[in-house]
Ligand binder design. Structure first.
Ligand SMILES: *Cc1c(COP(=O)(O)O)cnc(C)c1O
Length: 459
């Protein structure tokens, strides 16, 4: 008999979870104004809000914490991290930052100006925010297949080269500071970009004299998908694939809270010394001196170790198979989920799940609340609340996809937890016909409303 798959690590330290009753949850979610961001973490049994900074560090990472060098300038921890980044990504120059959006802030301060255009594959929201904040425009060039949740395509994060070339052709190169390639593409559902597409994007950009930036939060998960799904990569190690991927980038921004498995941190990688000097000035202003940039020495040490562990095949296989395990269990129950399964989360199609709730009553948020009431599981809405209002008309924007995201933290939960989540959602699915009333907004902020919005139940 073939041996079944099992996790590539064992557990040394545990953190108790608190179970609650349906009555308690009814009270708590009402007090939280039906906004799951307002819940206290003790009121949550399984927390699938995000995979950002929520991973479990290894014994080796914790031991590195003890060796942190907290010198203001020239700390050994800085050099340890510099060497890890050079070894894994190939970038000679780097700047530490406190998280991914800080890396964007520093780098874009050096490169993006008013009126610029920044093409890419479904820019992440903070990336788009930092582009638009500088009165520049983000242009989405993702392949159309990305927006069909039922279509099986191995690399839904890919860039449509025709869309990209159109941008390059119709605009002067001086107006395009770079193209940003997000690997994996978070906004499209944690979907990977193929090595072929990475090469093609790079070749096209070079033809027009444009720089290539990788938004790299989940670069290791992207490399895993290349190994598993792309012709010619099966026998290469993840680290070899990662090195090959980064050959096609001029620079990278990193949220280390994702694939580097630390709770806080980020960095910028660069090849060009002049850019490094320019960005260093902004780093000193916004983040801290160039040898710590918003991170403590111990955190840089844990990050250096995390980069190494995060690019090991056994770890990645455990992680991505766990996400797929949850996806498959939901599919077994006929629950409408996005396929193929992404690297970090399963996306439930709330429009198909709750067809009797009008779209004006926030279907995905209604589903998130129902799942919480059923089980204490906290997911997150990726739908109309997140899409916010049109800045000009102030009307609600109804996005193409209305999704509930179940984001899996790294090395935190077991497959029994996945089973619990799947059955909880199945129970909600079985009573979906009875769920006819959604939610309405009581108060909201003028921008980024989903974090603080207050809602009440429709009667
Ligand atoms: C999380 C993320 C960011 C922003 O990083 P933070 O560490 O949350 O500031 C940028 N891009 C992508 C693709 C991300 O997933």
């Amino acid at each position: 008999m073939e041996l079944p798959f099992a996790e590539s690590y064992k557990i040394k330290m545990v953190e108790p979870l608190r179970k609650s009753t349906r009555e308690e949850r009814e009270e708590w979610i009402k007090a939280a104004r039906y906004n799951l961001f307002n819940l206290k973490s003790e009121q949550v049994f399984i927390d699938l809000l995000t995979d950002s900074g929520t991973g479990a560090m290894s014994d080796r990472q914790w031991s590195q914490m003890m060796l942190g060098d907290e010198s203001y300038a020239g700390a050994s921890s800085y050099y340890k991290l510099k060497e890890a980044i050079r070894k894994i990504t190939g970038f000679e120059y780097f700047l530490p930052t406190h998280q991914g959006r800080a890396a964007e802030n520093v780098l874009f301060s050096a490169l993006v100006k008013e009126g610029d255009l920044v093409p890419g594959n479904a820019h992440f929201d903070t990336t788009k925010g930092h582009i638009e904040f500088r009165k520049a425009t983000a242009i989405d060039c993702t392949i159309d297949e990305a927006y069909d949740t039922t279509l099986e395509h191995p690399f839904k994060g890919n860039v449509d080269l025709n869309k990209l070339e159109k941008v390059f052709k119709e605009n002067p190169a001086e107006k395009i500071p770079f193209i940003v390639l997000t690997i994996t593409c978070n906004t499209a559902g944690g979907q990977p970009v193929s090595m072929q597409n990475i090469k093609d994007v790079h070749a096209l950009a070079k033809k027009y004299g444009i720089k290539v930036l990788f938004d790299s939060a989940r670069f290791a998960e992207n490399a895993y998908f290349i190994k598993i799904r792309e012709e010619g990569y099966r026998d290469k190690s993840i680290k070899e694939i990662v090195r090959e991927m980064f050959q096609y980038a001029d620079m990278m921004t990193m949220s280390s809270k994702k694939d580097a498995i630390v709770n806080m941190g980020g960095f910028i990688g660069m090849r060009d010394e002049e850019l490094f000097r320019k960005a260093s000035t902004f780093n000193i202003m916004f983040e801290g001196f160039i040898t710590y940039g918003g991170m403590s020495g111990r955190d840089m040490n844990a990050l250096a170790q995390g980069l190494d562990e995060g690019t090991e095949f056994d770890y990645l296989e455990t992680r991505i198979k766990q996400v797929a395990y949850l996806g498959q269990r939901l599919r077994d129950f006929d629950i409408p989920v996005q396929v193929p399964f992404g690297g970090h989360a399963i996306f439930v199609n709330a429009r198909k799940f709750l067809p009797h709730v009008p779209k004006e009553e926030f279907q995905a948020q209604t589903l998130a609340v129902e799942l919480y009431l059923e089980s204490g599981v906290r997911g997150v809405e990726i739908g109309t609340l997140l899409a916010d209002r049109d800045p000009v008309t102030r009307e609600n924007r109804f996005p193409e996809l209305e999704l509930l995201r179940l984001t899996i933290p790294r090395r935190v939960y077991t497959n029994n937890h996945m089973e619990y989540i799947a059955v909880a959602l199945k129970n909600v699915y079985e009573r979906r016909e009875k769920i006819t009333n959604g939610l309405k907004i009581v108060s909201e902020a003028p921008i980024m409303r989903h974090f603080t919005v207050e809602l009440e139940k429709m009667d």
